[in-house]
Design a binder for this molecule. Structure first.
Ligand SMILES: [Cu+2]
Length: 287
């Protein structure tokens, strides 16, 4: 009884999948530039090993399991509607238990959860364990912009404000582009220290697989190691007030020599924007 209905169902589903792939694939864009694209399907192109692993976990473990469960439940519902409706079963069955099936529907979900848990815990462990850092950056959330400090290079501290629409070079970068960018060298471990000066914000770059809350009075730490040069975009990801949508995040990943050039530029450019700890300032404050 089960088999013919199941094979018809399988055939219909595979037809449906093929047709929807054919219809939607021409519109599907695969973002390359560290930002989302119109008609994009799935994630942005990953720029760290961690994000590549997150995408593999999603595509090869979570999606097949989710799809399988959904199709199984849909199939069972259709089968039950067809096979066990009142017209075909004038005298109702009095069955209440079936030990085999009860064991199966307990054991199979347990096995599925274990299959999900093992790679999931591994990913959590990797994202939480900060390797020896080559560079440290402190990100401070403000209503509504980010302040960045490079504690390894005392003088470098600057604010990053969103560019307005009429200031953009590319209209697609609306709500994404900032006036100053974090610059980091490629293939180096960057430790991020994230905090806030006022309310909760969250620092994120989707292509890096990094998302961390900025909490006032607390220093959160995370890390990334970008393996591709480019400009990567993110947005504040914790509802922080009226202009929550207007405090984007830009990270520019460059070669080591370009980074050294930028350091020279940044020491010049941003030297005065950080906190001035010189004794002269404190003297003025005392008087
Ligand atoms: Cu915010």
């Amino acid at each position: 009884m089960l088999n013919p209905i199941f094979s018809i169902f399988r055939l219909t589903m595979s037809m449906f999948l093929k047709v929807s792939i054919l219809v939607f694939l021409p519109f599907a864009a695969f973002a390359k530039e560290g930002k989302s694209e119109n008609w994009q399907l799935s994630f942005q192109e990953p720029a760290t090993d961690l994000m590549s692993d997150i995408i593999s976990f999603h595509s090869y473990i979570l999606m097949p399991i989710i799809t399988g469960i959904s199709l199984l439940v849909l199939g069972l519902l259709l089968y039950i509607m067809f096979r066990f409706n009142s017209k075909r079963n004038v005298v109702a069955s009095t069955t209440t238990h079936n030990t085999t099936i009860e064991i199966l529907w307990t054991v199979i979900p347990v096995i599925l959860l274990i299959i999900i848990a093992i790679p999931s815990f591994r990913l959590l462990y990797v994202s939480e364990t900060i390797p020896k850092a080559d560079l440290t950056i402190k990100a401070i959330g403000n209503q509504w912009y980010w302040t960045y400090e490079y504690p390894d290079y005392e003088d470098i501290a600057f604010d990053a404000n969103m560019l307005l629409e009429n200031e953009l070079s590319d209209p697609k970068l609306r709500l994404l582009e900032t006036d100053t960018q974090i610059v980091v060298p490629v293939n180096k471990v960057v430790k991020l220290q994230i905090t806030s000066a006022d309310v909760l914000h969250a620092w994120t770059i989707p292509a890096f697989g990094v998302k961390m809350d900025a909490v006032p009075g607390r220093l959160n730490e995370t890390w990334f190691k970008a393996n591709k040069e480019g400009i990567y975009y993110g947005q504040c990801s914790e509802l922080c007030g009226a202009k929550h949508a207007f405090m984007p995040i830009n990270v520019k990943v460059v070669s080591e020599s370009e980074f050294d050039d930028w350091l020279v530029f940044a020491k010049e450019e941003y030297a005065s924007s950080g906190i001035d700890y010189s004794s002269e300032t404190f003297e003025i404050a005392k008087n």
